[in-house]
Design a protein around this ligand. Structure first.
Ligand SMILES: O=C(O)COP(=O)(O)O
Ligand SMILES: [Mg+2]
Length: 227
């Protein structure tokens, strides 16, 4: 019996990959720091702190001010962060140029899509809805969706399973070292965008391809050895 191949799947990271979220993330961080009497961080300073989730962003923000806090205090700040962020989730956030046109092109060719982010799942869904693209994804998986989060390969493999994809016909698209490590851990190819929040030029982490605009994604994917 011939078994139907599952549809090819693009799994996107969210912050710094689908959308330029740094403005709203860092504004939220600065509100939380201000409540503790700490000075704000500049966007330039704080952008490379994004990628490991909100709790890590708070910890990194505190560290930049030379402050460490107890686990209980960090939890309290994390709750306050999420409450503020969810109420201001899409004030300056925008999709990156060419994204929806790229999704259209891949969709017409039979591809399906999913999101694997280190953002908490609920705000991820809220944001994708606010940006008008939530219904395009077969699965939207966040840091708290599974027992594992990026860079653990299982976060990606379980996202692929939830989307009804096959790891051998899936591809990760991300903006940071975390995404590239995740893809490697899952043995899935990875295309990196160079407009996200990486601490080093993203080519340094050796993704399979680097794109600077979504109109380059089609060619980058076509160049990969894919079923
Ligand atoms: O919010 C973060 O720190 C990371 O989110 P991302 O995995 O979508 O980049
Ligand atoms: Mg990212």
């Amino acid at each position: 019996m011939i078994q139907a191949l599952s549809a090819p799947l693009l799994v996107f990271d969210l912050d710094g990959t689908l959308a330029d979220t740094a403005g709203d993330l860092i504004a939220t961080l600065n509100v939380i720091l201000h409540r503790e009497g700490l000075p704000p961080l500049s966007t330039q300073e704080a952008k490379p702190m994004v990628g490991a989730g909100a709790k890590a962003l708070i910890e990194r923000g505190l560290k930049a001010s030379g402050v460490t806090v107890s686990e209980a205090k960090l939890e309290e700040m994390f709750d306050a962060y999420l409450a503020y962020y969810e109420a201001h989730i899409c004030e300056v956030t925008e999709l990156y140029p060419g994204l929806t046109a790229a999704l259209d092109r891949f969709e017409q060719a039979g591809w399906i899509f999913a999101v694997c982010t280190n953002k908490i799942e609920h705000p991820s869904r809220l944001l994708l809805k606010a940006l008008g693209i939530d219904t395009r994804f077969r699965a939207i998986c966040g840091k708290n969706t599974f027992a594992f989060s990026k860079p653990h390969g299982e976060a990606l493999l379980q996202t692929i399973a939830r989307a009804g994809g096959d790891p051998r016909r899936s591809l990760m698209v991300g903006d940071t070292k975390v995404d590239i490590e995740t893809a490697r851990n899952a043995a899935v190819p990875v295309v990196a965008v160079d407009f996200g929040y990486t601490d080093q030029p993203i080519a340094h982490y050796k993704p399979d391809h680097v794109i600077s605009h979504y109109d380059q994604l089609w060619k980058a994917v076509a160049a990969l050895p894919f079923d």
